[in-house]
Ligand binder design. Structure first.
Ligand SMILES: [Zn+2]
Ligand SMILES: [Zn+2]
Length: 173
């Protein structure tokens, strides 16, 4: 039996793509086998019995909690239950907020090292920290959304927490 999984690309970080995928999700679900629901209730794991690929179900809260599905890398259901993958809608919103924050102005080096223990990045003006740790404190104050929780999807590696230094530097005017 053939399946349509390969017709669905990774979601780009665009509202329209998530809305479009949400519209297709009912038909998609009909072809997939349910594996397990996460204890957070929002996330569920599905498998395609034809090609074996895995799908994660999530709700896009910023779009009225619409349900949508996206493909995820191979993972055991036990590992997935410990930590599902990040939701594209959360990554999209986080990226948009980060871009707004970081393109508003230049964060110039202060000439002092970051005060965070073990951090070797240069400190920035108007902060005692480097830009990455400054962002963390702005997040703690609630002025930037927290970095999305979950296993990072390879398709969003450019904006992954691991590549935050390059990503953040690239957004500076
Ligand atoms: Zn398939
Ligand atoms: Zn630092």
């Amino acid at each position: 039996m053939s399946c349509r999984c390969s017709e669905f690309a990774d979601l780009e970080l665009e509202r329209e793509q998530i809305k479009q995928r949400s519209k297709q999700s009912k038909t998609l679900l009909a072809d997939l086998s349910f594996v397990v629901t996460h204890e957070d209730v929002e996330h569920a794991l599905y498998r395609c019995d034809s090609c074996g690929c895995l799908w994660q179900r999530a709700l896009a809260w910023n779009w009225g909690n619409i349900e949508y599905l996206f493909k995820i890398p191979a993972i055991t259901s036990d590992d997935w239950l410990v930590l599902p993958f990040v939701d594209p809608d959360s990554v999209l919103i986080w990226v948009a907020m980060m871009e707004r924050f970081l393109t508003q102005g230049t964060f110039e080096p202060s000439g002092n090292p970051c005060r965070r223990d073990g951090c070797e990045r240069p400190g920035i003006k108007l902060s005692v920290n480097c830009l990455v740790h400054h962002i963390e404190s702005v997040q703690r104050l609630g002025n930037l959304p927290a970095t999305p929780d979950g296993r990072w999807l390879p398709c969003y590696s450019k904006v992954s927490p691991d590549s935050l230094d390059t990503y953040v530097a690239g957004l500076q005017p």
